[in-house]
Structure formats: structure tokens, C-alpha cells
Design a binder for this molecule. Structure first.
Ligand code: 6GU
Length: 231
């Protein structure tokens, strides 16, 4: 899978997507991530990509010209399944969206900035608008990193079987059960007896029951979804 990210702050994105599991996925050729500086597509001698809003006092707006140039130069090379814009008023991102996007071949993510983007970009170039939560970030870069990370880890071969993405929290609308490692007794704080039993069937039942219990207590909204899917 290939993800092209268009941004005015490429420095922010390089760091988070160049470590650990995501770095390994890129090195193994399982994922290609390219970060493009929107300013490279500006015609302006100061490399500006924003301009004044037609509504007074509304702050700066990302202009359509450089964005269209950037998007078209990518589209000329290959077909894109989705062109995503990150914005606090987009559709709330969740595991289901991550699963859906992980099955695409090529996507573009345009990082929102300033007071937003010229509406004509959203109307004519963008196929999908995503928010990562009900709070405001200074720009779409961290959201793009979150979205990219959540997609890449789902690609076949990126995560080993033992830690399979299928057993992640949220895949079945359940939070993960608690986990423990050695020592079995640390200053009187003990690992639950059942995990030391060696009985895989009993341990699996216990983990599931813990996951259900945790979800019920911590995320009643998710628990309702879980009940609906399992009734
Ligand atoms: Cl995608 N962008 C910005 N700027 N803020 C956000 C967001 C996106 N998602 C939540 N807050």
C-alpha cells in the first residue's frame, strides 16, 4: 500500500512515521509513505500556499492552486482510491475506518491548516474528510500520522502472528484484557492464579471475561455495540 501525505510541515510527519513497527513495514516494502511539501507546488516567490479569506476577519485560508497542482501531479502517476482531508469537522475516525482504508491500494492525505481550505478543494478534489476526535489540533499533521499508523499496522506481514492486529482492542468492540509479566509475585502484588495454571482454554475464557468486564465498566458505549453484534 502507498500513502502520499501533502503538508506544509513535513518535519512533523517524518519523526512519528520513521520508528518501530512502521519503520520496519517501510523497510520491508510492505508500506510506502511519501511526504510532500505543499510549498513545492506554490507559484509564489515566497512559496506561500495560503491567502486572505473572502469573509472578513476569518484568518488565512489554504488556496486551491497549489493543492490542485500537488494532487494532479500524483494522480498523473497512479490511481488513488481516496483523497482524504484532515479536519476537525470531518467524520470521526475509528477502527472500522482504519480497516477499510487498509484495504486500499493508494491514498492521499492532505493535512488541513490555518482557518481551513478553500471550500472548492473539499467540493471537487477531496473524497473523504476525517477528524480524529472532538478537540482541535493546530494542524492536520498529527492526525495524518495517527491515521497512517493505524492503517499500516493492519497490513499483512507488518505485525507478527502473536500480536496479531486481529486481537487488538476495538476489533470486536472489546477493550483488551489486562496483561502481566514476571515476577509472579512482586512485593505481595500477585499475578492472577489462573494465568499460572498452564490451562490455555481456562486462560482464554478468563481473558475474554476480563475484556467484557473492562469494556462494560470503562466504555459502556462500546459495550452496547459489542452486545448488539453478539446477540
Ligand atoms: Cl483531522 N485536524 C485538526 N486540525 N484538528 C483535529 C483533527 C484534525 N481531528 C481532531 N482535531
Amino acid at each position: 500500500m502507498r500513502i502520499d501525505i501533502i503538508t506544509v510541515l513535513p518535519e512533523i510527519l517524518n519523526g512519528p512515521l520513521d520508528h518501530s513497527i512502521i519503520k520496519r513495514a517501510r523497510d520491508k516494502g510492505l508500506a510506502e509513505i511519501y511526504i510532500h511539501n505543499l510549498r513545492d507546488y506554490s507559484d509564489d516567490k515566497h512559496r506561500r500556499v495560503d491567502d486572505y479569506s473572502y469573509s472578513k476577519g476569518a484568518g488565512m485560508v489554504m488556496a486551491i492552486r497549489p493543492i490542485e497542482k500537488a494532487v494532479n501531479s500524483l494522480k498523473k502517476e497512479r490511481h488513488y482510491d481516496e483523497i482524504i482531508f484532515t479536519t476537525p469537522d470531518g467524520k470521526l475516525f475509528d477502527q472500522k475506518e482504519a480497516n477499510m482504508l487498509s484495504m486500499k491500494k493508494n491514498i492521499i492525505i492532505l493535512c488541513g491548516h490555518y482557518k481551513g481550505v478553500d471550500q472548492r478543494v473539499r467540493d471537487h478534489l477531496i473524497t473523504m474528510e476525517i477528524s480524529i476526535g472532538d478537540y482541535v489540533l493546530t494542524g492536520g499533521e498529527l492526525a495524518a500520522a495517527v491515521i497512517t499508523d493505524s492503517i499500516i499496522r493492519l497490513l499483512p506481514g507488518v505485525i507478527s502472528d502473536e500480536t496479531s492486529a486481529l486481537s487488538d482492542s476495538f476489533q470486536d468492540n472489546l477493550l483488551s484484557p489486562p496483561v502481566y509479566t514476571r515476577p509472579a509475585d512482586y512485593k505481595g502484588m500477585k499475578v492472577p492464579e489462573i494465568l499460572l495454571s498452564g490451562n490455555d482454554k481456562l486462560i482464554d475464557d478468563w481473558k475474554h471475561q476480563q475484556a467484557v468486564e473492562r469494556t462494560k465498566n470503562l466504555r459502556p458505549d462500546l459495550y452496547q455495540k459489542y452486545l448488539k453484534n453478539n446477540s
